[in-house]
Design a protein around this ligand. Sequence first.
Ligand SMILES: [Zn+2]
Length: 467
Amino acid sequence: MNNRFIMVLLSTFLSVLTLNSAQAKSDNFSTQQLTDVEQIKQQALTSDLAWDLVESLTTEVGPRMPGTPGDKAGVAWAVAKFNAMGFDKVWTEPATFPKWIRYSESAAVISPSPQKLHITALGNSISTPKEGIQAEVIEFQTLDELESAPESAAKGKIVFINYQMNRDRDGNGYGPAVQARSRGAVVAAQKGAVGYVMRSVSTAHHRFAHTGGSHYKEGVTKIVSSAISNADADQLHRLVALGEPVTININVQAQSMGEGTSYNVIGEFTGSEFPQEHVLIGGHLDSWDLGTGALDDGAGVAITMAAAKLAHSKGKTKRSIRVVLFAAEEFGLWGAKAYVKANEKNLKHIVAAAESDFGADKIWAIESNVDASALPVVRDIAKAMASLNVEHIGKNTARGGPDLIPFRPFNIPAFRLAQDGTDYFNYHHTADDTLDKIDPEKLRQNVATYAVFAYMAANAKTRILGK
Ligand SMILES: [Zn+2]
């Protein structure tokens, strides 16, 4: 056999393979579209586009805490990248938020056995006096236990909540654990405490402390709000268990600085038939200041930007594909809230929405939340993802990512492309959230899944409607 003959044979074999792996028939997609889907998927699985984006963002910009110069640089980066990638429309929309800055943080056991504690201030925390706040520790295992403690139970003391978060693929341990982060300092102050420290919202064993948002309440004394690493929490617990008073010092220097402004950055490939109707995918552009925001959420930014580009690689889709990079998510979904307010009249044109904000591990399932009329389209989309090892969860009760929470009252068709979050909370909101935690191969699987999703939702014969 000559080489030419072998090539012909090979390409015939490959095209038969491609057609077989594509769905043979569908009411919602043409054979050509199903072939396109297969090719987009293969292209995504060999593409370094998302890696290049997240590498660039975390290296050339770095941390992007709302209101900082890094955040501003992130916005400029996103506008430039969208333009360089050939998006048809690129624009920004402002979002305001309460600005907060961290200067320094440290802590130590003073007695009985002096030693350093690895601590971080929680977002929004007040400063301690310059010499820190020094007091005896009183330990509780849960926020509930603190809440049901008698009035003044913690008078003059530093409250320590030692709640251990559960590891879970879907991150279901986060919700219960985050209560102590969000409200712990308020409840501690109500019981007379002069300071608050918690075990990190974390599944890790390392000595990085995990930051995250916390709140104060009008009329309740503000006390320092902080978290120590899990290893330090174990140590503090052992010290308290010895039965002698344990005194620690917490020194946090931080500042609330009034209202800040940042920007949602939006890039769109305009559809050919129904340009108003659009698929909305995205992540959040901001990050905490301790790491470089690689997993949270540089990955989501890169995955969805790259997926939109690949979904558009066969020419214009019928409907538009819009990538929204939300601002100030970490301080309380401020970009998403601003987006919903500014685009309220156009939310009905969203045909499918999904946010990637759960790290960079593989997507293992797709779940929808759509009108029953759209379920056949969803099944076709899920079928096209099967070769990526993505299961179809048929409950049709997906909630979408955190930035889609403000969209919920508008009943948009929401999707969850569920990533494996087993290890996510080892790094989340720590100094250890850096690029090396991203596996390029897993990142490509995410891009392929999002590209299939965007292409198919944008091209389906019948548009997907919300419930
Ligand atoms: Zn996030």
